[in-house]
Design a protein around this ligand. Structure first.
Ligand code: PMV
Length: 307
């Protein structure tokens, strides 16, 4: 039996622009998914979504991983159990985390010798198969951990101030929102391309401030990024309410993370403002998650032979 975990992520800068080949900075966070995989005669998958066999509707990511791993190694069946503290479908990379943790667990259980880069690439392939479209960002960050600048996959220093996430609990579809942005771009290419270009510049400026741990400036850049996401039409009232409330509560900066349309925002804050920010999120109808960035990517937590 193997227990393997992988982290979720937030976008410090650059979601949506990354779809058009621009840079982004993404951070692995201390919210994780744990996958327990045990050799078995049949295949079962147990998660908060229910108990199934291979099921491409209820457990599409895990089922696709099992299908892909069978191309690398032959096995009769597998029992998989999922535990997670990453909210599902809310821009925190829950699907990448379960995909990467499952690949990591099977890789260790069947001794496939996949490297971290192999795991990230296979994870991306699985996300592409399930979603039809996905950037490498989520699976890369979940596999390697840390603060990563895409598109050159450069590892940057960890963020050492407080990170507080606000969940609107409003589900949204990344695919639909990415499509909405592409329609807006078709209608107003001369405007939207410029907005995307500006978003794509934020990671270059942000990288320098990250190296100097200048979190005040990073917060200002996050606020600019949130405004630009607003002009792409991906923010909703619930997200922006949390963003403004947390700024008033003393955050360095606050922005939507991920596709938008619902899901989550986050704030960077000094450690002594964490509780205030968290209270502001709750007072404005959100769920608050206090977390940190982490260098720990995919990780085999334990392995017991003969299972
Ligand atoms: O909401 P999420 O975590 O799926 O993030 C989507 C980020 C986008 O840039 C909008 C799309 C992508 O694939 O990068």
């Amino acid at each position: 039996m193997v227990i393997c975990s992988a982290p979720g992520k937030i976008y410090l800068f650059g979601e949506h622009a990354v779809v058009y080949g621009k840079d982004a900075i993404c951070c692995a966070i201390d919210l994780r998914t744990w996958v327990t995989a045990t050799k078995s005669s049949g295949t079962t998958i147990l998660s908060s979504l229910g108990v199934t066999g291979l099921d491409f509707d209820i457990h599409p990511y895990i089922s696709t991983v099992v299908e892909e791993m069978r191309k690398l190694v032959s096995f009769t069946g597998i029992a998989i159990k999922v535990d997670s503290n990453i909210p599902v479908g809310s821009g925190l990379g829950s699907s990448a985390a379960v995909t990467v943790a499952t690949i990591g667990a099977l890789n260790s259980l069947f001794e496939c010798n996949l490297t971290h880069n192999d795991i990230a690439k296979l994870g991306h392939k699985v996300e592409m198969k399930v979603q039809n479209n996905a950037s490498l960002t989520d699976t890369y960050v979940s596999t390697h951990g840390g603060v990563i600048k895409m598109s050159n996959c450069k590892k940057l220093p960890l963020i050492e101030c407080g990170v507080v996430i606000g969940n609107t609990n409003k589900l949204s579809s990344t695919k639909e929102i990415v499509n909405d942005v592409s329609m807006l771009r078709l209608e107003y290419p001369q405007l939207i391309d410029q907005i995307i270009n500006i978003i794509g510049e934020l990671p270059n400026i942000g990288e320098k401030h990250l190296e100097k741990k200048n979190y005040g400036a990073i917060g200002e850049l996050m606020n600019i990024n949130h405004g630009l996401l607003d002009s792409l039409g991906v923010n909703v009232k619930e997200l922006s309410n949390l963003v403004y409330a947390t700024r008033s509560a003393g955050a360095y900066g606050s922005k939507t993370t991920g596709a938008g349309g619902g899901g989550c925002m986050f704030s960077l804050t000094s450690k002594d403002h964490v509780d205030n920010i968290s209270k502001a999120i709750i007072a404005n109808g959100g769920d608050s998650l206090i977390t940190n960035t982490t260098n720990c990517g995919v990780n085999v937590e334990s392995k017991y032979e003969n299972c």
